[in-house]
Design a protein around this ligand. Structure first.
Ligand code: NAD
Length: 318
C-alpha cells in the first residue's frame, strides 16, 4: 500500500504538532509543510525532514491529504483550493468564519467525494468516549472550560476560542435540535468576550449550562451529565469518568454507588489525525464531519451574537 502523501498548511503553534503526527504515522509520508512565513516553514521542515513551501498552490497535485491550521479567517479559501484539487481535508476548529462558507465546503467535499473532517479534538478524549457509551438520554448538562489568559487565539471571543469544544461535545451527546439559547458574557482583558455562559435548551427537554473563561486562575475542563438512571462526571483535563448510579437495596430503598475510571493521558491530536487517515483509507465517514463542524459553529455564533447584545449595555451602566 503506497503511503498517503500529506501536507500541513499553516505551521504556527498548532500546525507544527499536526506535522509531527503525520511524520510519526507509518503509512503516511509528510511531503511538505506550508506557511506564508518562509522562515517558520523552513524551521519546521528542517526538524521533520520534509519540504518547506510558502504557497499551497505549488503542492496541489503532489499531496493526497492536508491539515489546514491557518488562522480561522483563512480556513475557507485554503480548504476550497485543496478540495477543488481533490485533496482530503482536516480543517482545524472553528470550521470556518461563517455558516455559508462551511456549507459551501461541505457541498464541495461531497461533490468531489473527499473526506472533510473538522478538528474538534475533544471527541477523541477517552473520558468522553467512555461517557458516550453509557449515555442514552441526557436531561441536564453542566460544562466548565476555564483557562488562564494567553494572547494567542484572542482574535475571536471565548465562545469560538474555547466554548465551541464543549458545544460540539454536547451536541454530539444530546442529538436533538436546540430550541432556545440564553447567553451572557463579558470582555475582561481583550475587546472580545473573555468569560461567558450560555443556557441551551433542546427539543428533547435537555438543558445544558455551558461556561467558558480564558481569564481564570486555574485550568478546568469538566462536563457533568445527568440522565434518569445515572450522573456522570467527566474530567477532560485529567481524563477520568465517575459514574453514579441509583442502586436498589434489599428493603426497596435506594442508594447511590459510584464507579471511577481513570485513563492514561492520550495524545488526542494523534488520535484525530489517525482517524482522518483511516477515514481516507477506508472511505468511511470521518468521526467529526463538516456538518458537525457547521452545527457547532452555528450554535457558537448564536451564543456570541447574544453576548454581544448583552455586554455593551452592562459595561455602559458600570
Ligand atoms: P498561529 O497564528 O500560531 O499559526 C498560524 C500559521 O498560519 C502562521 O504561522 C501563519 O504564518 C500561517 N498562515 C497564515 N495564513 C496562511 C496562508 N494563507 N497560507 C499558509 N500559511 C498561512 O495559529 P494557531 O494558534 O496555530 O491556530 C491555527 C488554527 O488552529 C486556528 O483556526 C485555531 O482556531 C485552531 N486551533 C485549534 C486548537 C484546538 O484545540 N483544536 C488550539 C489552537 C488553535
Amino acid at each position: 500500500m503506497a503511503p498517503l502523501r500529506a501536507a500541513v498548511i499553516g505551521v504556527g503553534y498548532l500546525g507544527k504538532f499536526h506535522a509531527q503526527k503525520y511524520a510519526a504515522l507509518p503509512d503516511v509520508e509528510l511531503v511538505a509543510v506550508v506557511d506564508e512565513n518562509s522562515a517558520r516553514a523552513e524551521e519546521v521542515a528542517r526538524d521533520l525532514g520534509c519540504r518547506a513551501v510558502t504557497d499551497v498552490q505549488r503542492l496541489l497535485g503532489a499531496i493526497d491529504v492536508a491539515s489546514i491550521v491557518v488562522p480561522t479567517e483563512h480556513h475557507y479559501h485554503v480548504a476550497r483550493a485543496c478540495l477543488e484539487a481533490g485533496v482530503h481535508v482536516l480543517v482545524e476548529k472553528p470550521v470556518t468564519r461563517t455558516l455559508a462558507e462551511a456549507e459551501e465546503l461541505i457541498k464541495l467535499a461531497r461533490a468531489k467525494d473527499r473526506i472533510f473532517q473538522v478538528g474538534h479534538v475533544e471527541r477523541f478524549n477517552p473520558a468522553v468516549l467512555a461517557a458516550q457509551r453509557v449515555l442514552h438520554k441526557p436531561l441536564f448538562i453542566e460544562s466548565y472550560r476555564l483557562a488562564s489568559f494567553k494572547a494567542r487565539g484572542t482574535d475571536v471571543d471565548v465562545v469560538l476560542d474555547l466554548m465551541i469544544h464543549d458545544i460540539d461535545i454536547i451536541l454530539n451527546l444530546v442529538q436533538s435540535e436546540i430550541v432556545d439559547v440564553r447567553p451572557i458574557g463579558f470582555p475582561v482583558l481583550t475587546d472580545e468576550v473573555d468569560i461567558g455562559h450560555a443556557r441551551l435548551e433542546f427539543a428533547s427537554g435537555c438543558v445544558a449550562n455551558v461556561t467558558a473563561s480564558r481569564v481564570s486562575d486555574k485550568a478546568m475542563r469538566k462536563v457533568r451529565v445527568f440522565q434518569q438512571d445515572a450522573y456522570l462526571s467527566i474530567d477532560l483535563h485529567h481524563p477520568t469518568l465517575v459514574c453514579w448510579r441509583r442502586i436498589r437495596n434489599a428493603d426497596g430503598s435506594a442508594r447511590l454507588a459510584s464507579e471511577e475510571q481513570a485513563f492514561p493521558q492520550a495524545d488526542l491530536l494523534l488520535e484525530e489525525v489517525r482517524a482522518f487517515v483511516s477515514a481516507v483509507r477506508s472511505g468511511s465517514p470521518p468521526p467529526v464531519s463538516g456538518l458537525d463542524g457547521k452545527r457547532a459553529l452555528e450554535v457558537a455564533l448564536r451564543i456570541s451574537a447574544g453576548m454581544g447584545q448583552a455586554w455593551p449595555r452592562r459595561v455602559a451602566q458600570a
